[in-house]
Ligand binder design. Structure first.
Ligand SMILES: [Zn+2]
Length: 311
């Protein structure tokens, strides 16, 4: 606890001097708590007053601080206490912004029940491969994803699953195109981006020229397999990409949900090539099984799209 309070004082002191907090990053730490091996989420600063907390390299949680409030964008799977890390970075009142309701992004919501929670209503009731955010999901996710994303740390991540089943039900304020989350000296604006899920959203931070893109755009996009391999969902996702690209003069980088932290916005053009090629019948992928992923996949440039994904 002494270390934590020293660090908090350090951050506040530097902040009050008007110095940008560019040293606030920490690597994964392993420690013992009541005889249990625990690991702490690592974090890194990605822009002024903006951090990425990596939930053991499985999924990202972003913290964006304004003069009045702090946005916590996604909450991870719910291993350990991600809120305590976010509060170490910023002491302001928290608003939670879910990019979508898949349990690897909404599974830590039980730490934030007293905060305003923003989500698009289309994702209310959403399950992921039939699973909700609970301990059986957390166990499955650690067992299947750790070998790829957090090799050698599976046991420690499993040990971070809450002892009791936490209540992940929550009330939310529905957001849509143009919804504004006002943090004081900066605002985040919502874009509704259906495809990966019906209620997926991205947030534009024009102050730092970042698009928080969740699973809508990252290095490996997933669209679930459709009955009869229908391309309706690919068409919907194509329109989402066009909608995002219409804002491209307002951001340079994407803050992504998995596999890295920030990527260049140009990857959106690679995804547009894929979706257009699939819809026009000019490009076609092939069935693959890779790690925990299987389905029809197509790669172009820096983009990888599982466009009929089975798992
Ligand atoms: Zn997702």
């Amino acid at each position: 606890m002494a270390v934590i309070s020293q660090e908090r004082n350090y951050c506040r002191k530097q902040g009050s001097d008007g110095i940008i907090l560019d040293t606030a990053s920490r690597k994964l730490e392993v420690f013992l708590f009541m005889g249990k091996i625990m690991i702490e989420q690592e974090y890194s600063r990605i822009a002024p007053s903006t951090w990425c907390i990596s939930e053991f390299n499985l999924v990202n949680v972003f913290v964006a601080e304004g003069t009045d409030r702090t946005a916590v964008i996604d909450t991870g799977c719910g291993y350990g206490n991600i809120r305590s890390v976010a509060e170490r970075l910023s002491g302001k009142p928290i608003s939670v912004l879910l990019t979508h309701k898949h349990p690897d992004h909404a599974g830590g919501i039980y730490h934030f029940k007293d905060c305003p929670i923003y989500m698009n209503k289309e994702d209310d009731g959403l399950l992921f491969n039939g699973m909700d955010a609970d301990n059986s999901f957390r166990k499955m996710y650690a067992e299947t994803r750790c070998p790829d994303r957090c090799p050698g740390k599976e046991k420690e991540v499993l040990a971070m699953i809450p002892d009791h089943e936490p209540d992940c039900s929550f009330d939310f304020i529905s957001v849509d195109d143009g919804s504004i989350i006002d943090l004081g000296d900066r605002v985040l604006e919502c874009i509704h981006t259906p495809g990966h899920s019906e209620g997926s959203v991205c947030y534009i931070d024009r102050t730092n020229r970042i698009l928080f893109s969740g699973d809508t755009v990252n290095k490996s996009i997933i669209l679930m397999r459709q009955e009869g391999n229908s391309t309706v969902l690919i068409g919907k996702y194509h329109r989402t990409l066009e909608k995002i690209w219409a804002h491209e003069s307002e951001f340079d980088s994407l803050a992504i949900g998995h596999d890295g932290t920030m990527i260049d916005k140009d990857i959106i053009k690679d995804y547009l090539t894929i979706t257009k090629g699939l819809l026009d019948g000019i490009l076609i992928g092939r069935y693959e099984e890779k790690g925990f992923r299987k389905g029809d996949v197509l790669r172009y440039g820096k983009a990888e799209m599982w466009y009929q994904c089975d798992a």
